[in-house]
Each structure stands twice: as C-alpha cells, then as structure tokens.
Design a protein around this ligand. Structure first.
Ligand code: SAH
Length: 264
C-alpha cells in the first residue's frame, strides 16, 4: 500500500489543524495513506523568547527566518530514519501544476519548509531539493502553499479518492479541462439540462463530453491543447469545432460514426 509521509516545517502548526480534519485528507489520514507531521522550528530557538527570526545582514526592511532552527528541525526528522524530498516554498520556485503534483505523488516522504517574513536565510537551501511556487503573487507565508501542495498530491495517492470524487474526470488529468456537469433537477427555473445527458445513449454522451472538453480547453486554455496528446477522434472534434460545425451534424457523419463505434 502506497503511503506518503509529509513533514511540514512551520512556525504556525495550528494552521494545519482544520486541513487535517477535513474531507478527503482526513479520510486519507484515517486510512493510513497519508501522514502529516508538523515541526515547529521554535523548539530549537535558544533564547527565552523562542526567537526564530532576525534582521537582514546588509540592512533593509523586514526579518528573516534564521537557518539554525530550520536546519535542526530537518536533522530531527533525519535522525528518526526519514529521508524526505525537501521542498522550500518560494515565490520564484518551480511553478506548481498537476505534473509537479504527479511527480511528488511518487515520493514516499516529502518535507515542505514554510517561509515567513522576508523568507528564509539562504543557507537553508543546502538541504533543499526543489523550490516551489504556487503562482506569481506574494503570500504572507509558505503555509497556504503547503496546504495546496499536500491537498493535490494526496488526491493522487491510490485509495485516497473514492468513487464519489473520481480522478479520471478531473481537469488536467489528461491534459484537457473537464466537461460540464449537471445534477437533478432536470429543469430549474427554466434552465434545462442538455437533452443528450438524459438520452441514456452512453456512446453519444461520451463523444459529447469529449467535444465539450475540447471546446472549453480551446476557449479558455488553448496553450493546453497544443501540448495535449489528442486521439484521432479528438482531432476530428477539434476540427469540427474550429469550423463551427454542429455537434449532431458531426456525430451523424459516416466516418465519425464508424470511428466512435470502434472506440467505445
Ligand atoms: N521577500 C520575498 C517574499 C516573502 S513572502 C520576496 O520578495 O519574494 C514570505 C514567504 O511566503 C516566502 O518566504 C515563501 O515561503 C512564502 N510565499 C510567498 N509567496 C509564495 C508563493 N507564490 N508560492 C509559494 N510560497 C510563497
């Protein structure tokens, strides 16, 4: 059974309490598929005020997290026989995306170091495998980034996600955005669920969903479409959308019907 141990170095461990007790992550912890341990570098602060930050050499505004408490937190984890892949949250780090999450889901142990104030002393980087950013904006600390990373990686560990929240229909799973979904009622204040979804024709529904995925990706994220691994049917769909063809017109073409019957 695949399991991931997360170690989070943070001066605000309480930040993670709600996260650990909610939804999919909490279930994953209960089922022994995820473990999240926080280490507060303050336990290694030497003075009675438990100071973990200090002024920046060379002058300038703000404070920096000192190297010693963080490096000692890392050594504590190592001394217990763990060997985590170490991430440092930084706004200029490698941009976090689904591919990055998939890579991390292959690891057994991951440490996430959360910066605060102006960040961490450069010497912390001696233990870091990769710097990670969740986007081009500035957070007050690495904790929200650690949550984002742990949440998306946890979903990818086999068994964490149940049927109810299946992975295969997620956006980015196969390089495209997800298709639109509806639940009951079939009509709400004049807004109707598309007839196709009520038709019971599963082949047709599959093609329609693929059409919608490609259409949405073309409109909202054409960059993804360029990189996606498109099938023969996908390419026909893309062409039809670009030519403003009607879905029913498309699906009734002999060549398309033949291909659809072959695939589904
Ligand atoms: N002085 C820094 C910003 C510090 S923000 C600068 O000029 O870039 C404080 C901490 O929040 C950082 O050390 C980092 O750990 C975290 N952080 C801020 N923005 C982030 C982002 N986009 N992704 C990941 N972590 C971020």
């Amino acid at each position: 059974m695949k399991k991931i141990n997360f170690f989070v170095i943070t001066i605000f461990p309480e930040f993670f309490d709600c996260f650990k007790n909610t939804g999919i992550v909490s279930r994953g912890i209960k089922n022994g598929l995820i473990n999240i341990e926080t280490i507060n570098p303050r336990i290694f602060a030497k003075d009675k005020h438990k100071t973990v930050d200090d002024v920046v050499y060379g002058g300038g505004p703000g404070m920096l997290l000192k190297p010693e408490p963080i490096l000692k937190s890392y050594q504590l984890v190592k001394s217990k026989g763990h060997n985590p892949y170490v991430l440092l949250t930084e706004p200029w780090g490698r941009k976090f995306d689904q591919k990055f999450a998939q890579e991390l889901s292959q690891k057994e142990e991951i440490m996430i170091i959360c910066g605060r104030y102006e960040g961490v002393d450069e010497r912390v980087k001696s233990i870091v495998d990769e710097e990670v950013s969740i986007g081009d904006f500035i957070l007050s600390g690495g904790e929200p980034a650690a949550l984002v990373i742990m949440d998306s990686v946890s979903r990818l560990i086999p068994g964490v996600i149940g049927d109810k929240d299946s992975l295969e229909v997620d956006s980015f799973h196969d390089g495209l955005l997800g298709y639109p979904n509806y639940t009951r009622p079939a009509e709400y204040e004049g807004m109707k669920v598309p007839d196709i979804l009520l038709s019971g024709n599963h082949k047709l529904i599959k093609v329609w969903r693929r059409w919608k995925q490609i259409e949405k990706t073309l409109q909202k994220r054409p960059d993804l479409l360029e990189k996606a691994d498109l099938s023969e049917l996908d390419k026909l769909i893309l062409n039809a959308i670009k030519n403003n063809e009607d879905f029913y017109n498309f699906i009734n073409k002999k060549s398309v019907k033949k291909l659809v019957n072959k695939i589904f």
